[in-house]
Design a protein around this ligand. Structure first.
Ligand code: SF4
Ligand code: SF4
Length: 194
């Protein structure tokens, strides 16, 4: 069997090269929508939402599965639930999560000494939430990132992320709040080999 090669001409027409017709088409489309919305409907009937106004109940314009600003969840004692496993920072396609780990004083787990998310680099994919093994990071805050004038204000640290968080009641490690207290139950799908 022979495989043919199809040659495609990359030559653009004069119309494509000067861009002017495309620009005019875009302007005409914008003008058409502008006059349709303001003249025929009237300003009060324009199909839009009151985005980002603080006096508006977020539930009225954020859908239930909206991904908002990140928050870090807490343990029962109020400490951060994150164990600094780096799963979220590894999976993040925007490379905007930066974690420095430290040992926890009360047990063998680690915790983040610093946990920083650059919300301006974030592409709001939610992969960090999916990757987290212990419900330590969420984006269900129903808050969008507030516009900032300073670049640094969009870089959120552990304290700020925790202030938005709350106690998680998820089962950590698959065996209750203190999963080290008892041996994990046998999984019936995987009978013990004899
Ligand atoms: S939502 Fe996506 S881009 Fe944003 S921090 Fe999480 S993994 Fe990174
Ligand atoms: S937030 Fe979750 S995934 Fe990210 S380092 Fe902490 S425990 Fe790991």
């Amino acid at each position: 069997m022979t495989i043919g090669v199809k040659k495609v001409s990359l030559q653009r027409s004069m119309r494509d090269q000067i861009f002017l017709p495309a620009i005019l088409e875009g302007l005409l489309t914008s003008a058409r929508h502008f006059f349709k919305n303001t003249m025929t409907k009237g300003m009060g009937d324009v199909d839009t939402i009151r985005y980002g106004e603080p006096d508006v109940d977020p539930k009225t314009y954020y859908p239930a599965r909206y991904r908002g600003v990140h928050r870090l969840m807490h343990r029962e004692d109020g400490s951060v639930r994150c164990v600094a496993c780096m799963c979220c920072s590894t999976v993040c396609p925007a490379k905007c999560i930066h974690i420095v780990a430290e040992d926890r004083r009360d047990d063998a787990e680690k915790a983040p000494a610093s946990f920083v998310i650059d919300e301006l680099k974030c592409v709001v994919c939610g992969l960090c939430v999916e990757a987290c093994p212990c419900d330590a990071i969420r984006m269900d805050s129903a808050q969008h990132m507030t516009p900032t004038e300073e670049r640094a204000e969009a870089v959120l640290g552990k304290i700020e992320l925790m202030s938005r968080g709350s106690r998680s009641v998820a089962v950590q490690g698959g065996h209750g709040a203190d999963y080290r207290a008892t041996e994990p139950a046998a999984d019936p799908r995987f009978p013990t080999a004899r």
